[in-house]
Design a protein around this ligand. Structure first.
Ligand code: KIV
Ligand code: ZN
Length: 554
């Protein structure tokens, strides 16, 4: 017979001997209580849930999602506005860039706890502290794998050694900082007894939060609920720490698993904007926040999230990373509140709650459509930008207003999404060493495209004419490579319309590879060939700025 501590919590095991797997209260009962008119509105104070955002750390590990320092700072500001309690800003020992980003966020971002990740190693923990020490409220997050599979194959350590390491790591971190989080990596696949031992030892050593990761997205909701309840029942000092949960989405259950963990008593949930993250991603912040808000009657728990900032923050992450959310994504997808079916529309017109459980404005979708036009002034633009949650100042206002006037000449109706695209283009700028002055393309069926392109580089203008490529965009990319001297591999290219109508602006996103590194480029224009040229140049300018940083020229 298998020993009791050889079964992972929540995984059905026929011969678990004396291992007691506690059961959650049957869901049907809870559902009944929550929906029963007699108990539904029973007054009770909702339990506060700490929102720990790891978009800048676990989210950034998603392929192609790496962000530069300016982008990380901007996102960190947005996360504070959104009301997240803890921002995991990075993994300081991972690279000098990661260290600098965590340090700058710790120095300049106020209003949230700033956390840095560290393995259970002396050098990692010291480096994490060096980066987060400047924060108003610093946190060190120490992790060490605990499952049998990780112990045997990755760490080659026995259980006692793991416990010793965890204690030493937490103690070292506590020597620096009063707020220390400990994560037993791959906790959901760790034997129940061993997980309880590690968690107890970490709390005794000073961990103030114990985070339970489902690192490989293996758990199911009942499994995750049982893990949390087991810890609550069997770890004697569990009341001295907040239990947290960190779920990956490999089986598409990260949000459900996190909610079940909350139901079982977790007080912190780790998540990312748009569910960004390695492989299938992490638990999505917007979904968890809106589930807790919309079903507050059921969960009796609440977050500090300013839900009206969800859509703007989602857009910001999509624009920075180039990873767009699917149209039907819950809460922030373009179709999340679109009712097409006639029967639904009819119901909505009579009473919106017939088919709507949340209002679009609650998550930050704008209620106004056509907002500004050719005759709108600067004050109206600034006002609209503020209402949309953007904080543009100084020269940015001048540039956005100038661009707005140019756009209003080309396009009658200016929608919120147009304004957002103009602003985002300004706030994500990098030094534009190369800019597009003009282009002309002659192309047609069965004809090799001919391009004449003029670029600006400082005060100089450089013109090239070539015939080549498979189409007008390919030809323009070849011409840009020729003038700038950078040859790249185009890894991704897509264009989509920012708003509706034939005169809508086209937004182009490109990903190019240069010297083994991937760079993104983005641009908008009512002319999608021009937007393609500008997006490609934007990517080239990113390569230039990285090479000059490396040469110490900036
Ligand atoms: O998924 C995971 O296990 C992690 C830990 C570092 C918390 O990201
Ligand atoms: Zn993770």
């Amino acid at each position: 017979m298998a020993r009791a501590d050889e079964g992972t919590v929540g995984v059905a095991q026929a011969d678990q001997g004396s291992a007691v797997i506690p059961c959650l209260q049957p869901l049907s009962n809870l559902y009944f209580q929550a929906t029963n008119p007699m108990t539904k509105n029973a007054p009770s104070t909702p339990r506060p849930i700490v929102i720990f955002d790891t978009t800048l750390r676990d989210g950034e590990q998603s392929p192609g999602a790496s962000m530069n320092l300016a982008e990380k700072m901007e996102l960190a500001h947005a996360l504070v506005e959104l009301g997240v309690d803890v921002i995991e800003a990075g993994f300081p020992i991972a690279s000098p860039g990661d260290f600098e980003a965590v340090r700058e966020i710790a120095r300049n971002i106020h209003g949230s706890t700033i956390c840095g990740l560290a393995r259970c190693r002396e050098a990692d923990i010291r480096r994490a502290w060096e980066a987060v020490q400047y924060a108003e409220r610093p946190r060190i997050h120490v992790f060490l794998a605990t499952s049998a599979i990780h112990r045997e194959h990755k760490l080659r350590m026995g259980k006692d050694e793991i416990i010793e390491r965890a204690i030493a790591g937490v103690k070292q971190a506590r020597g620096f900082c009063p707020d220390v989080e400990f994560s037993p990596e791959d906790a959901s696949r760790t034997e129940a007894d061993f997980l309880c031992r590690v968690v107890e030892a970490a709390i005794d050593a000073g961990a103030t939060t114990v985070n339970i990761p489902d690192t490989v997205g293996y758990a199911t909701p009942t499994h995750m609920g049982n893990v949390i309840q087991t810890l609550r029942n069997r770890v004697p000092n569990i009341d001295r720490a907040i239990i947290s949960v960190h779920c990956h989405n490999d089986l598409g259950m990260a949000v459900a698993n996190s909610l079940m963990a909350i139901e079982a008593g977790a007080g912190q949930v780790e998540c990312t904007i748009n569910g960004l993250g390695e492989r299938a991603g992490n638990c999505s912040l917007e979904e968890v926040a809106m589930a807790l808000r919309t079903r507050g009657d059921y969960y009796q728990a609440a977050t500090r999230i300013n839900t009206q900032r969800l859509v703007p923050t989602s857009r910001l992450v999509a624009n920075i990373t180039g990873i767009q959310v699917q149209r039907n994504k819950a809460i922030v997808g373009q179709n999340a509140f679109a009712h097409e079916a006639g029967i639904h529309q009819d119901g909505m017109l009579k009473e919106r709650t017939t088919y709507e459980i949340m209002r679009p404005e609650d998550v930050g979708f704008s209620m106004s459509d056509l907002v500004l036009g050719k005759h709108s002034g600067r004050a109206a633009l600034i006002d609209r930008a503020k209402a949309m949650g953007y904080n543009i100042v100084g020269e940015q206002i001048d540039t956005v207003f100038e661009q707005f006037k140019i756009l209003a000449d080309k396009k009658k109706a200016i929608y919120d999404a147009d304004i957002a695209a103009l602003i985002e283009q300004q706030i994500h700028t990098i030094a534009e060493r190369w800019t597009l002055d003009s282009y002309k393309v002659i192309c047609g069926t069965g004809q090799v495209p001919e391009v004449t392109l003029r670029l600006r580089h400082g005060d100089e203008k450089q013109t090239v004419s070539i015939a080549g490529g498979d189409g007008p965009i390919d030809a323009i990319f070849l011409a840009i490579e020729q003038v700038t001297g950078f040859t790249v591999i185009c890894r991704d290219f897509h264009v989509h319309s920012v708003t509706v109508g034939k005169d809508a602006q086209g937004e182009v996103m490109v990903q190019v590879e240069h010297d083994g590194q991937v760079y993104r480029g983005r641009a908008v224009s009512t002319d999608s060939v021009e937007a393609s040229a500008k997006a490609f140049l934007n990517a080239i300018n990113r390569i230039v700025s990285v090479s000059s940083e490396e040469k110490g020229e900036t």
